[in-house]
Design a protein around this ligand. Sequence first.
Ligand code: NAD
Ligand code: UFG
Length: 337
Amino acid sequence: MSILVTGGAGYIGSHTCVLLLEAGYDVVVLDNLSNSSPKSIGRVEKITGKKIKFYECDILDKNGMRKIFKENDIDAVIHFAGLKAVGESVAQPLKYYENNISGTVCLLEVMNEFNVKKMVFSSSATVYGMTDKVPLTEDLPTSANSPYGQTKLMIEQILTDLAVSDKEWSISLLRYFNPVGAHESGSIGENPKGIPNNLMPYITQVASGKLEQLSIFGNDYPTKDGTGVRDYIHVVDLADGHLKALDKLNTTKGVMIHNLGTGVGYSVLDLVNAFQEANNLKINYKFAPRRPGDVVTCYADPSKAKKELGWEAKKSVVDMCRDSWNWQKNNPNGYDD
Ligand code: NAD
Ligand code: UFG
């Protein structure tokens, strides 16, 4: 029996493949490589000493996916494949709705055809919208601030409707907070195209000299030091949450929803300072105006995942900063080196 990992060549997918292989699963990866490099697959194989069956395929391509399901005995799907740039989704909403939503519907149809009815889905804390009710619990109302966020909400709804219509489905919706860090080997990590939008890759590229200066968006927020607060979570902890969710699907029908975060909020300045201390480096930064659409403070209540999945984040902010830098230092141009 194999686990199909869609988007398995990407940042979170590649780290999850490492843990799956180490846990003894057979892994099949489907990725169209629109935001990743096939080199990540080779690196995962090197870390684990095990093979991945890789298919370059799009989740919009039903025939391509049928071939994968025919050739492999798939037990469950971990569904990472999707586009994730919030700003781009505002500029090109149709691209996001087609790729993320139509793509997911195609995947679900093919899963139905092959009677594979277990899925772990990558949702996001973005589904909590602009709320200031922290820590965020899974039962809070949801809303979207961007077409990207809307795709996460809609897919959560589609999966919920599916599980109502057919009681054989077991579905895990994992709401990630802010994934950072990299595998401790420094050989796989986040590989953003162009100038990064997210804080940690921006910091590491300033540290390496690729970018000159970090702009901290807003220092007048109602937080302890005026900068925005987020729940940064090490990608290896996040990946481990998928294995715990997968286990749970074997004994649970219907839809379950869990936050994957640490439960601790760090400000932008906290993260910059932690990075400087962990790596003994100086980060050149300036304060800049607030970034439109940013929430002030966002961190999880992760207690439901602890209680129901037996999962909790173990790695510290120092681990996150050290491992992010280790990856960037070893691979200044990501997988292009
Ligand atoms: P990523 O871009 O590194 O990985 C996504 C992978 O999916 C890429 O390898 C890409 O090539 C592939 N892909 C995209 N569209 C596809 C398609 N139509 N067919 C086949 N493959 C396709 O991103 P990531 O950070 O690893 O994110 C994985 C998932 O987690 C995404 O669904 C993302 O929305 C979600 N998520 C990410 C974050 C984050 O901050 N990284 C936060 C919350 C949720
Ligand atoms: N920030 C800066 N300078 C930068 C980049 C970010 O100061 O160059 C600040 C932001 O203003 C924010 C914090 O760093 O206060 C974190 O920003 P990120 O862009 O790293 O992360 P976000 O919380 O804004 O976004 C993340 C994901 C989105 C997802 C969102 C909500 O990247 O995909 O969480 O879940 F929608």
